[in-house]
Design a protein around this ligand. Structure first.
Ligand code: SF4
Length: 198
């Protein structure tokens, strides 16, 4: 079985599913099998909720204070696992929890999931990827209609209910797109993190 929990740089990550509703052109899954100390993040069969909980309960988090939900798939595509795993991480391990997401979880689950996330997730990082719908569609190739607007709406709801939310882009975007992302960030009041492409 692939690693459910793995270390990368200064954090521990949870790889709870390989399901995803995008097919991003830059996705690391298409470049290599593993990240950090994980040999592979490809599950032969996606883990059950019980397997994820067991992995968290049995993991030594000494030296770490946060569990980040981010792997070779979109965590909100396994929402019931995400919610329970985050609850266990907080209540039993005393960890902070962060969700790294494409922001399409409401559409994926057919309802506003943010109130449920707010109970167990401390911070949210959403991949913005592009400043407008056309560019977003071409880069992320989502299986969701109107994905850009839905992602922006999700980000706004996270800001209202969770508070600690950031958009992220990588610095390979052309300067005009980075500038447009900054303007969207200012307009919405959602902080923008510009990551260096490695
Ligand atoms: S949303 Fe994440 S996991 Fe899914 S294709 Fe894009 S980069 Fe890969």
């Amino acid at each position: 079985m692939a690693d459910i929990l793995y270390k990368y740089k200064t954090s521990v990550y949870a790889n709870i599913t390989n399901k995803c509703n995008c097919r991003c052109t830059f996705c690391i899954r298409f470049l290599k099998d593993g990240v950090g100390d994980a040999d592979t993040l490809w599950h032969q069969v996606n883990p059950t909720k019980e397997e994820v909980i067991e992995a968290i309960r049995g993991y030594n988090f000494e030296g770490f204070d946060e569990l980040v939900f981010c792997g070779y798939g979109e965590p909100t595509c396994a929402l019931d696992i995400l919610l329970e795993a985050a609850r266990v991480a907080k209540e039993e391990k005393g960890l902070k929890t962060r969700l790294n997401t494409n922001g399409l979880g409401n559409e994926e689950n057919g309802r506003n999931i943010v109130p449920e996330l707010a109970k167990v997730i401390d911070s949210v990082s959403i991949s913005l990827n592009a400043p407008d719908s056309a560019k977003y569609e071409s880069v992320t190739r989502p299986q969701v209609e109107g994905a850009f607007d839905k992602m922006v709406d999700f980000a706004g709801k996270c800001k209202e209910e969770i508070g600690n939310v950031k958009w992220s882009i990588v610095d390979v975007l052309p300067e005009d797109q980075i500038e447009a992302c900054k303007q969207l960030s200012e307009k919405t009041g959602i902080e923008l993190r510009i990551r260096h492409f490695t």
